[in-house]
Design a protein around this ligand. Sequence first.
Ligand code: COA
Ligand code: AMP
Length: 630
Amino acid sequence: MTHASLYRQSLEQPEVFWREQARAIPWYAFPETILSRNEAGLYRWYADGVLNTSYLALDHHVEEGRGDQLALIYDSPVTGTVEQFTYRELRDAVSRFAGLLRRQGLEKGDRVVIYMPMIPQTVIAMLACARLGAVHSVVFGGFAAHELAIRINDAKPRLLLTASAGKEVNRIIDYMQIVDHALAEAQHQPERVIVYQRPIRKVALREGRDLDWEALLAEAPPAEPVPVKATDPLYVLYTSGTTGQPKGIVRDNGGHAVALKFSMKYVYDVQPGDVYWAASDVGWVVGHSYIVYGPLIHGCTTVLYEGKPVKTPDPGAFWRVIQEYGVKTFFTAPTAFRAIRKEDPDGALLGKYDTSSLRYLFLAGERCDVSTLDWCRQLLQVPVIDHWWQTESGWPMLANMAGIELLPVKPGSAAKPVCGFDIQILDPKGEPVPAGTEGAVAVRLPLPPGCLPTLWGDPVRFIASYLSQFPGYYFSGDGGYKDEDGYVFITGRIDDIINVAGHRLSTAEMEEVVAAHPAVAECAVIGIYDELKGQIPVGLVVVKGGQQPDDRQLEREIVQAVRDTVGPVASFKRVIRVERLPKTRSGKILRKIIRAIADGRAYQMPSTIEDQTVLPELEQVLHPPPPSDT
Ligand code: COA
Ligand code: AMP
């Protein structure tokens, strides 16, 4: 079988193709209807299929004889802890926690917000929600209280699950304080907060609101998986959009399970029993798909790593984990390797470990620069596979599908479309452009199983954000081009989303915070190139007439405000004061032009610009000439 033949089959006969793939997972009722449309005309997969995701990920493997195989290895250099769960142990833990949730009155369709660090209890909580058909919404720990509050208001959870603390290298993160602030801000209040007390720090619980995780668990009965429809939601994961309101990406149960199972075999080339490690965070889509669901649905051993590539304790941390657990397939973001390379440029620490179990390194989450790709290839001597996807897709859209055939690597390209994704590069009118021409990266509908069917509670925004720009296509928000061989090169976002150390962030969200500073008249937040993190945000501010704030003080205040409101993960550390910003005659800030100037790219002068003389000024501020020697 070749990539070309399997890919062609997936596009020419999608229903036949995805019916066949659906056979790889156990259903309570195998779907008769493979692809259909709902009342709103939106595509859905396996409408009459019935299954349970926690059953597929756990019970099924125990029944198939994998009960004693390791399902989850928790490795936490920040707390000096290692904990391992076999499939049987993980199933039992999930079943008991599901019993706990049921005792709290949780039912199918109810939402649960999970704001927790990288500990096994987080994975158990996600799978326990899946077991009951409840919908989890995990919020990344690096977001501040305001971001948590926005998500609570939108998801309207009955329960909030949290932990007493997180640990970032040496710093303890006070989750409870963030939860308290978020609940003070949120209009919606969950009925209960269930708190896992970590040994690294115990906290006082609030009477009437908080319940102790372990105490409840001690009395909880096990709960059996609840059959759900394939189209029932498994989770909602919020991701940055182009406004201050994040988008609630909905994932269904059936399409998700089939797509992840397919990807484990055909994209990542892993077999049940293999050790698969995605060094990401469960708060991101990579964590959902490839720390939790993908590896477990496929019967692999997954690694949950609470640490960093460097400083926990050194840049050999990844090699240690690969050696210790015999990791076969490793997945992380290029920024992690840039961090290692900065501290250990020759990769000397690799020599201390036996990493011969490693077969592949997969990279995603941001553009992979050629120099990092080359460094990884030379160091590890295994195929290094750049692949492209998004929270929305839930699984890779472009990849070198290692489980079918390894195509020659073209540095800078995430290779070719994955089965099911008819990827086209479009001009502004929605017409496919010739090879070599840059345009908007779009996917012809229907999207394959596993991709978002809608946005939580907002189908209108779903259509407006993704389907209306180019009728008949899903618009990814990225720009790129195809070469003559069909390889796709992603050049970056063409909207106001930026990517900081593999974390997707909205500049609009940060702008709201910057603009709220009393001295700021107007502002723009843009992403600029950063050697380590790929991009970092910078705020350009114009101060109000009559105000003469000290620049350093202004920067400190704004940086703190973004940290307190959006979160430390934004890595917002720089504010530049400017006299004016380029605007249209109707007063709209020309962010695209600012971004182009910051990146040193050519741009077209818009006819609507109010005053062109602002552009050289901006050029001067963003690219000051080097100081002269004299
Ligand atoms: N809870 C609380 N705070 C968090 C957090 C969490 N879960 N995750 C990150 N933060 C904080 C960090 O402590 C840091 O705070 P600081 O400004 O006080 O130092 C800030 O958010 C930025 O974190 P991070 O982006 O992780 O940067 P870093 O400088 O600590 O480390 C890297 C840089 C490259 C080592 C790190 O970004 C990394 O390992 N990236 C891997 C990429 C990845 O996981 N991508 C996910 C998609 S695949
Ligand atoms: P997220 O939704 O957080 O996974 O972020 C998705 C965005 O990250 C994409 O829209 C891209 O802009 C970027 N991205 C992810 N993977 C890649 C990649 N391999 N190459 C280039 N950009 C990528």
